[in-house]
Ligand binder design. Structure first.
Ligand code: TXA
Ligand code: MG
Length: 335
């Protein structure tokens, strides 16, 4: 590399750093003013607002069209802030926070009485998470407080994994969008309920149960309590109906649908013989890539004139159980 090229590269890096710094400061300022900021996290883009500003929190519910009894996750900059929001924190919650924060883990704890109930949809519990995305952390640091941040999408629809998804869905309803390209994990955080006698999984997500088991010494069960939006029977849905079939039945099912005059997209790792009205869409086989790509693929396919999206569930191991959870809910929205 020549001397000049190095100098040029350094100058470019400095300019980029400065632009990022300015964008982070602008985001923090918008949040201080009670505005809404779409910001990238390692899971999906969040719609952030000052957790302690009741009007800003109300705006989040309104913009998403989210029922008021569906609680929000409060994002904080570090585990040291947990005590500001929650009380009676069990030892196991600290253990999980130490092992997995910052990261795709949300802890359900007992809400401190002075924390506004509206954040938690009136529940006595509160969901807390320290995201690992450097920009999310930088905004939290500059803002110096807690931010509610549900996924930045209209209630019931697919979560955004690109800033473009937020623009298309919420447009001018958001005051500022921090764009940092695709979210690394691509599926929402794992929610662990730490309010019971033993931790349980309230929502499978970007942190696999097997990773939790390594720290806990046992595989946490799914919580039975059905409380909120992510736990609804039908949720996380593309507009185009999604149909789930066993892998060996995909080809025949696509043929039957095409015979009824339907245009079908078949999402699968391997190509197959399909009729003219059906199109194979390559879906990565490895689960991390599957998760990283899934929502973006569904967003993109929603813009094309398909009548049905057809695919199979992945195996239930690792990220597979979160993917199964989302796909079953998405399919339930239409069938
Ligand atoms: O990865 C994520 O968790 C993303 C990013 C932006 O951080 N956020 C996210 O938020 O998925 P949202 O609001 O789309 O989903 C939050 C889920 C909902 O299913 C909600 O019911 C549940 O967390 N939740 C939040 N607070 C709760 C509480 N106090 N009790 C029970 N469930 C709660
Ligand atoms: Mg959501």
């Amino acid at each position: 590399m020549s001397f000049n090229k190095r100098v040029l590269q350094k100058a470019v890096h400095r300019a980029v750093d400065k632009a990022v710094e300015e964008a982070v400061e602008k985001a923090a300022e918008v949040l201080r003013q009670g505005g809404l900021v779409a910001l990238p996290t390692e899971t999906v883009y969040g719609l952030a607002a000052d957790a302690l500003n009741p009007e800003a929190v109300a705006k989040v519910f309104a913009v998403k069209g989210r029922p008021g009894n569906h609680p929000l996750i409060v994002h904080i900059g570090s585990a040291q802030e947990v005590g500001l929001w929650a009380q009676d924190i069990p030892e196991v919650a600290w253990k999980l926070a130490e092992a997995f924060w910052p990261g795709p883990l949300t802890l359900l704890l007992r809400r401190k009485p002075e924390v506004p109930a509206a954040i938690a949809g009136g529940h006595e519990t509160l969901a807390l998470r320290v995201p690992s995305h450097p920009l999310a952390l930088a905004v939290l640091k500059a803002f110096n407080g807690g931010l509610v941040a549900p996924s930045a999408n209209t209630f019931g629809r697919l979560s955004p994994t690109l800033a473009e998804h937020v623009r298309q869905d919420l447009q001018e309803k958001v005051d500022f969008i921090l764009d940092d390209g695709p979210c690394r994990i691509g599926i929402e955080s794992t929610i662990v309920d730490c309010t019971g006698p033993s931790p349980s999984i309230a929502r499978p997500g970007g942190l696999p149960a097997e990773a939790l088991a390594q720290v806990l010494g046992f595989l946490p069960p799914r919580s039975l309590q059905v409380a909120a939006p992510g736990c609804l029977h039908a949720h996380y849905a593309p507009r185009t109906p999604l149909l789930l079939e066993k892998p060996e039945a995909l080809e025949a099912c696509a043929k039957a649908l095409c015979a009824q005059g339907k245009r079908v997209a078949v999402l699968h790792p391997h190509s197959m013989a399909l009729p003219e009205n059906a199109q194979w869409v390559c879906l990565p086989e490895a689960l991390p890539q599957f998760a990283h790509t899934l929502y973006a693929l569904l967003h993109a396919l929603d813009k094309q004139p398909f009548d049905v999206l057809l695919m199979s569930l992945p195996e239930a191991e690792g990220l597979g159980s979160a993917l199964q959870d989302r796909l079953v809910r998405a399919a339930n929205a239409h069938f």
